[in-house]
Design a protein around this ligand. Structure first.
Ligand SMILES: [Zn+2]
Ligand SMILES: [Zn+2]
Length: 153
């Protein structure tokens, strides 16, 4: 997806990230199946967040149908193993969560290119939520636009 795969957006040491994710899966009491391993491997090997169809394709179509993959992703998201990145129009992309690491994405709505935005200005917003007595805060923020190539195309 996208034309710019030059940036390491969400990547890293894939085998280590799979092991880390499997450990967190077990710690959360979730079942480790071969299909779930394949799903985590597909996510860990990708440098950008992936759509469900792409995860399905990359994790081997025979291992699980899309509904199963979607349900696993939902369970992983709730357990904090996978981060969901909502797109415009209700679609979502998924990436492995890296503990202690936090970033957002810039998504081209024409070609689907994704790159990392290092800055996160959600601190004051979360502080406001904390002041209202909320705990275990998370936030969702993706920035959409036209990439330089699509802007001039
Ligand atoms: Zn573009
Ligand atoms: Zn943030």
């Amino acid at each position: 997806m996208g034309h710019d795969h030059g940036h390491d957006c969400c990547g890293g040491d894939a085998p280590a990230r799979v092991e880390q994710a499997l450990g967190r899966l077990r710690a959360s009491g979730l079942r480790v199946t071969e299909a779930r391993r394949a799903l985590l491997r597909a996510l860990a090997a990708s440098r950008v967040p992936l759509a469900v169809d792409e995860i399905h394709r990359r994790s081997g179509r025979g291992k699980a149908d899309r509904v199963t993959i979607y349900r696993s992703l939902e369970a992983f998201e709730q357990a904090g193993i996978v981060r969901r990145h909502p797109l415009e129009k209700g679609r979502s992309l998924y990436a492995l969560e890296t503990p202690g690491h936090h970033h957002h994405h810039l998504v081209c709505r024409a070609c689907g290119a994704i790159e990392r935005l290092e800055a996160c200005d959600a601190g004051p917003i979360e502080a406001g939520a904390r002041a209202k007595g909320y705990t275990r805060l998370t936030h969702v923020l993706e920035v959409h636009g036209l990439c330089p190539r699509c802007s001039h195309g």
